[in-house]
Design a protein around this ligand. Structure first.
Ligand SMILES: [Zn+2]
Length: 347
């Protein structure tokens, strides 16, 4: 049951998670809505799909609220804050079930995707023991593996998602997790009237440091590509998966929204900010996975690893944070301007 109130022109609701946060206090997904309830066009900005990446998206959402944007007619904004509140609080990318939420939006009544290449890597990426020097040895093996494979095969193996090893990395789950079920209810509740929805899901940890790349899955014949190139300029557009078996492109939150709003035109985008080089980010993910399943989060090593996870997804750098905020402001204002144009063209 959501608690709802109105503040500063925003309609706020919070959805309490069944577990507590790191400090023992309740944790929530919060939604903030501004604009007419009947708006046919909605800009949705999401944070914390990968929990530890939530600080960045949260800062962007806060900035958006502080700037008090004037909304075009018939346009509303929905901020969804902390989609994976447990991972956000516990400084993990994944949910309380060790699930990468961005691999969980698949059809679990169908055959689950098989990531055969990951199968051979699980023992390497998911070790039981982590004595001094072990993580460096793991990373050397990962880099040797990368040199022996083409880029796409390597990415599929390491980060495509897998549904066989619940304690492994990039685990997609065995069923829809709490965060998925809750956000699906939020979408159903708030977006049922919309004809056009632009969703921007904010992430960190991939790409050049401080650079915010816009990404989208769309086939060449879809109108998304042309429209969004006009709005945003350069974007990374990848083709859609041809089947659920194509794991590297499946299971995304954005795809979940498209499936749910099958009568609306959904423009599903990711805003991904680079932080550290990929081997540093991957190292932090492997160490954190080991720490939670086999180590002691409250030990000195636990604190060191959590520090590395934090800096991999939210660098302690004013330069980085300034660049993030500037880019976010640009992207959101381009999206709002674009939505207003679409309205005028249709009128
Ligand atoms: Zn992410």
């Amino acid at each position: 049951m959501a608690h709802t109130e109105k503040a500063g022109g925003w309609q706020h609701a919070s959805h309490e998670h069944p577990l507590k946060g790191l400090d023992g206090l309740p944790i929530y997904i919060d939604t903030f809505w501004k604009g007419p309830e009947t708006a046919s066009r909605v800009l949705v900005i999401c944070s914390g799909t990968h929990g530890a990446e939530g600080l960045c998206g949260s800062a962007l959402q806060s900035q958006f609220v502080e700037q008090v944007p004037t909304l075009p007619d018939d346009v509303a904004v929905l901020l969804i804050h902390g989609i994976n509140p447990h991972g956000f609080s516990h400084v993990r990318r994944v949910t309380e079930d060790n699930v990468d939420l961005n691999r969980n939006f698949i059809d679990f009544s169908n055959d689950l995707p098989a990531n055969e290449a990951y199968r051979d890597l699980d023992a390497l990426l998911n070790p039981v023991d982590m004595p001094p020097g072990a993580i460096e040895a793991i990373m050397e093996k990962v880099q040797a593996l990368q040199r022996s494979m083409d880029f796409l095969s390597f990415m599929k193996a390491i980060s495509g998602g897998q549904y066989e090893f619940p304690q492994g990395v990039q685990y997609g789950g065995a069923a829809p997790v709490w965060s998925r079920r809750t956000i699906e209810a939020i979408w159903q509740d708030l977006l049922g009237q919309a004809n056009i929805v632009v969703q921007i899901d904010v992430h960190t940890g991939l790409g050049p440091s401080g650079y915010g790349a816009l990404m989208m899955a769309a086939n060449p014949d879809e109108p998304h590509k042309k429209v969004t190139t006009e709005w945003f300029g350069d974007m990374l557009v990848t083709p859609r998966p041809v089947s659920q078996a194509d794991t590297i492109l499946g299971g995304y939150l954005n795809g979940g929204l498209e499936q749910q709003l099958d009568k609306a035109w959904v423009i599903p985008m990711t805003l991904e900010y680079g932080t550290e080089p990929p081997e540093i980010v991957l190292r932090a993910m492997i160490e954190d996975n080991w720490l939670v399943h086999h180590g002691d989060v409250n030990s000195a090593l636990g604190a060191e690893i959590k520090g590395r996870v934090m800096s991999a997804f939210y660098p302690d750098s004013d330069t980085w944070r300034d660049a993030v905020l500037t880019r976010g402001e640009q992207v959101f204002s381009q999206a709002l301007g674009g939505l207003a144009e679409l309205q005028r063209e249709e009128a």
